[in-house]
Design a protein around this ligand. Structure first.
Ligand code: HEC
Ligand code: HEC
Ligand code: HEC
Ligand code: HEC
Ligand code: HEC
Ligand code: HEC
Ligand code: HEC
Length: 346
């Protein structure tokens, strides 16, 4: 398949799915602010931008502390508290033993959950066994922790991430490819401008010099499937029409509802429209999911309204479309996702 891409600095080809291959030419999101202030401010406040932060900035980890939990799976008493310097401490007590670690980064903007990750005194990256959940407004065991008995006392604080895993975690939650040791640059934590648009240094120079050469990736002209691939670098790689086994697995696996790019492409709305239904028909890529029911109905109505060339009209209701046709599935502990496989009877 032909990949849509732009040629960036030094003749490299920008491909949003393989962003780590291009390590140079980044200007930093801060540099986009001056000329694109509207988009910048909206994006800065979005979940994308806040999906990785220093834990010390996360309000949810201040108000509810200290917090204690008896972890029956790990057979340990866990405690979250604030130490005098203001950082959050996770401690574990078992028998007469005690161990603790200071938590460093927060994964997750808090729209669904926040999971801390840190480095312990042995230099291992650790994913905290305790997370915060929006659904309950409270702390509880991290998704997956119930199914994982800690291998050692130290691991009652959280699982040690392999080198590969930690590169993946930071890789999907930051905006610049990092060196082997992932300590992200302050301003490029979270999904910012250049993660989707590619290195912007050349564009900033050209625009500052008032040149008309665009020189930055604009995803507007992507087809629906290409956009599902671009967003699917993180939101689930979509299957091609000929990947029969993969399609069957995606249809049958409830957890697939977590991956909008994989489910959307199964929908008749996607397959029976010219170019395919794009993510940006329903989502502003610089903002969070629309919150009002009317705003969520608007895109459905652009195709499913009485008139010429209209797609079918619902015999049951005329509003709140997604509530019935994209129901929320509780596929992870305390967390639910809207199923993007749009069907008459999900
Ligand atoms: C000095 C001002 C300036 C700065 C700084 C700047 N831009 Fe732009 N940008 C523009 C102007 C003017 C246009 C419209 C003209 C064009 O297409 O080049 C534009 C267009 C764009 C487009 C649409 C491209 C197209 O093909 O139509 C994108 C995407 C974009 N900018 C992203 C960014 C990002 C990301 C940054 C930060 C890395 C950034 N811009 C920094 C001035 C700027
Ligand atoms: C580099 C990885 C990455 C890419 C690429 C990406 N996303 Fe995301 N997206 C995330 C992460 C991580 C979150 C979770 C944010 C949080 O912590 O709540 C998210 C959250 C979202 C949300 C929910 C925001 C909210 O809280 O309301 C929407 C909608 C979304 N993404 C759409 C898109 C679309 C559309 C694209 C493509 C144009 C895209 N994403 C590309 C990683 C990515
Ligand atoms: C393939 C890219 C990818 C990798 C790898 C990845 N994440 Fe995410 N993460 C996402 C996306 C996309 C979302 C938002 C939608 C979702 O939850 O599936 C997200 C959401 C989250 C959230 C918010 C809760 C939620 O479910 O929305 C947390 C916390 C999180 N990730 C932590 C981690 C940690 C810790 C790791 C490493 C063990 C990791 N992620 C690895 C893409 C990724
Ligand atoms: C999650 C991916 C993502 C991120 C992050 C992102 N953009 Fe975009 N951006 C897009 C997509 C997709 C479009 C095309 C929207 C459309 O189809 O009109 C776009 C379009 C644009 C445009 C062109 C708007 C127009 O009307 O032609 C500009 C300028 C732009 N983005 C700047 C930015 C800046 C500045 C940031 C950081 C503050 C940013 N973007 C962050 C995905 C992203
Ligand atoms: C770009 C146009 C477009 C958009 C936007 C769109 N659809 Fe569709 N949808 C279609 C087409 C075309 C079909 C195929 C059948 C037909 O002609 O009605 C379809 C089919 C359906 C079906 C029947 C599926 C089945 O299992 O037979 C449902 C239900 C549906 N859409 C609901 C929605 C909802 C809810 C939304 C908004 C969240 C939406 N659609 C957005 C074009 C669209
Ligand atoms: C036909 C409209 C439509 C299209 C197209 C669409 N979405 Fe959504 N999306 C929704 C609705 C509706 C919700 C749930 C909003 C709510 O009730 O919170 C949602 C929620 C999300 C969320 C938040 C997590 C969740 O499931 O609650 C993410 C992430 C997301 N969409 C990503 C994408 C990506 C990536 C694409 C393209 C592959 C896409 N969406 C295409 C309508 C759409
Ligand atoms: C209360 C739940 C509910 C709501 C809300 C709802 N629908 Fe439906 N819809 C259904 C059910 C159930 C069916 C299947 C009817 C049948 O097969 O008898 C259906 C069928 C459809 C079909 C297929 C019709 C056909 O002839 O094949 C489309 C398209 C559709 N709905 C679109 C929408 C849109 C667009 C909205 C919002 C304006 C919406 N629905 C709101 C429950 C709902």
């Amino acid at each position: 398949m032909l990949l849509q891409a732009v040629t960036g600095p030094a003749g490299q080809t920008w491909s949003p799915e393989r962003f780590w291959q291009q390590r140079s030419g980044y200007a930093g999101s801060e540099s986009c602010r001056g000329c694109h202030s509207g988009i910048y401010e909206k994006q800065e406040a979005s979940s994308h931008a806040r999906t990785l932060r220093p834990l010390s900035e996360v309000a949810e980890f201040k108000t509810g502390l200290p917090f204690e939990l008896l972890d029956r799976v790990g057979n340990a008493g866990l405690r979250l508290s604030l130490d005098p310097s203001g950082s959050v401490l996770l401690s574990s007590v078992r028998g007469g033993e005690e161990t603790s670690v200071s938590l460093r980064w927060a994964f997750g903007a808090g729209a669904k959950a926040v999971t801390p990750v840190t480095v312990n005194d042995r230099g291992d990256y650790v994913e905290s066994r305790v997370s915060w959940f929006r659904g309950t407004g409270a702390f509880d065991l991290t998704p997956g922790a119930r199914e994982r008995v800690p291998g050692s006392f130290a691991e009652t604080l959280g699982q040690v991430l392999s080198h590969e895993d930690r590169k993946k975690c930071f890789g999907c939650h930051t905006s610049r490819p990092m060196a082997d040791d992932p300590v992200p640059a302050r301003n490029e934590m979270g999904i910012r401008c250049e993660r989707c648009h590619g290195p912007g240094l050349e564009h900033v120079r050209a625009a500052s010099a008032d040149s008309r050469r665009s020189s930055i990736f604009h995803p507007r002209d992507l087809t629906g499937f290409r956009m599902a691939q671009v967003c699917g670098a993180c939101h689930g790689r979509p299957p091609r029409e000929i990947d029969f086994d993969e399609i069957r697995q995606i249809q049958e696996r409830p957890l697939a509802a977590r991956f909008p790019s994989q489910r959307l492409v199964l929908s008749r709305c996607f397959n029976e429209t010219d170019g395919g239904l794009k993510c940006t028909v329903c989502h502003d890529p610089h903002d969070d999911v629309a919150s009002s029911p009317e705003a969520l109905d608007t895109p459905c109505r652009t195709c499913h309204s009485p008139g010429r060339n209209s797609a079918a009209i619902c015999p049951k209701a005329s509003s709140n479309c997604s509530r019935c046709h994209m129901p929320k599935a509780r596929v992870l502990h305390h967390t639910e996702f809207a199923d993007h496989w749009i069907r008459a009877k999900p």
